[in-house]
Design a protein around this ligand. Structure first.
Ligand code: WQD
Length: 346
């Protein structure tokens, strides 16, 4: 049973990926310093899969502590690297925080992958590497334009670092460029747990709908799009998770075409912010209290994926549509509210 190290395993996509890996016969360990995640996710993983996953509460910026995990687990067959900060807006305000965390962490990890001869590496990249694309949908060969945010720049640099690292031939990598991961596991036992005010659209929607936020803001309705709001490619987090399992197996089976293959992970459907809100209202039956606000720095106007490579080469099958994304996101938010009320009443 191949052992996979998942960094950021307590996070949103990391926890869902661990569930998918376990359900597909892999054994898993996690490194997560819980600076932006909740160790509670491990309970949800155990409730869903019946399997306990060890999380090493280590900051990847601490090389010695990171190396100690590899020393204790010399049988790591592959690494899936999620641990990074990922809020576009915050990265504009705090660029050094993003460069330090996202790049130092990656470099320490690759030093350990090299020393302990880990053969396979999957990197959590992002459609933000495309910047503001001239033509959409974007393919993996679309030009990498100037990143619109420091977050996007750290993903571009991360891809460059990994591409150069794999040229040595000791490790093969896959770069997975996510579009907008949303939703939650159908069990509502794991999901997105934003710390503080949610930066991303769907948690902002669900927290407003549940009454945690008095209202939410639509950042701009004066873009050159069909209804003036930005277009994104929302993809269910469980579909993203399964793509990671397929990617690891693809590397283990040595099916990769190059030392660093790239795949877009999106549905291929562009959805505007206002359409996403409308779908949520249909699915939840809740009228959302939102206001149009000025544009947000760092936002690209419109982007969605050409996902043919992931579908045809990785064998990726997308199972959930936008309604299912909103349905599971809402069910998760209601579960959080129920748990918080239970704590308050005890
Ligand atoms: C989407 C749209 C906002 C909040 C995300 C991740 C990033 C990467 C790419 C994986 C934008 C608008 C948002 C709100 C709003 N994913 N919005 N009101 O910026 O596309 O980036 O996907 O790597 O990590 O952050 O996602 O959800 O922040 O914004 O109007 O309260 O929703 O302006 O147009 P984004 P997002």
């Amino acid at each position: 049973m191949a052992k996979i190290l998942v960094t950021g395993g307590c996070g949103f996509i990391g926890s869902h990926t661990i569930v998918d890996l376990l359900e597909n016969g892999f054994s898993v360990i996690s490194i997560d310093d819980n600076s932006r995640s909740n160790a509670f996710s491990m309970n949800g993983i155990e409730q869903i899969t019946g399997k306990k996953v060890k999380n090493y509460k280590v900051d990847l910026k601490n090389y010695d502590e990171t190396r100690a995990v590899f020393q204790e687990n010399t049988d790591i067959a592959g690494v899936i690297h999620f641990a990074a900060y990922k809020a576009v807006g915050e990265s504009v305000a705090e660029p050094i925080l993003y460069y330090e965390n996202n790049l130092f962490g990656l470099i320490n990890l690759l030093k350990c992958v090299d020393e302990f001869k880990v053969p396979d590496f999957v990197f959590s990249s992002s459609c933000t590497v495309y910047g503001n694309p001239d033509t959409i949908p974007v393919t993996e060969a679309s030009p990498i334009k100037k990143a619109e945010s420091p977050y996007g720049a750290t993903k571009q640099m991360g891809e460059e670092i990994i591409a150069n690292f794999t040229k040595r031939g000791t490790c093969s990598a896959i770069l997975l460029r996510y579009f907008n991961p949303v939703g939650a596991h159908p069990s509502a036992l794991i999901g997105e747990l934003p710390i503080g005010k949610p930066q991303n659209l769907v948690p902002a929607i669900t927290q407003t709908a549940v009454g945690k936020l008095p209202k939410m803001f639509v950042y701009g309705n004066d873009y050159p799009t069909r209804d003036g709001s930005c277009i994104r490619d929302y993809i269910h987090v469980c579909d993203i998770a399964n793509a990671h399992t397929l990617a690891v197996q693809y590397l283990i089976d040595k099916k990769n075409k190059t030392a660093c293959d790239i795949f877009n992970l999106g549905t291929g459907d562009g959805v505007t912010v206002l359409e996403a809100i409308q779908t949520f209202e249909e699915v939840s039956g809740v009228k959302l209290n939102y206001e149009i606000a000025p544009r947000r720095a760092g936002d690209v106007i419109a982007i969605y994926a050409n996902n043919e490579a992931a579908v045809n080469v990785l064998g990726w099958k997308i199972k959930s549509d936008l309604k299912e994304m909103m349905r599971t996101a809402w069910a998760w938010e209601l579960k959080i509210k129920e748990a918080e009320e239970k704590v308050k009443n005890n």
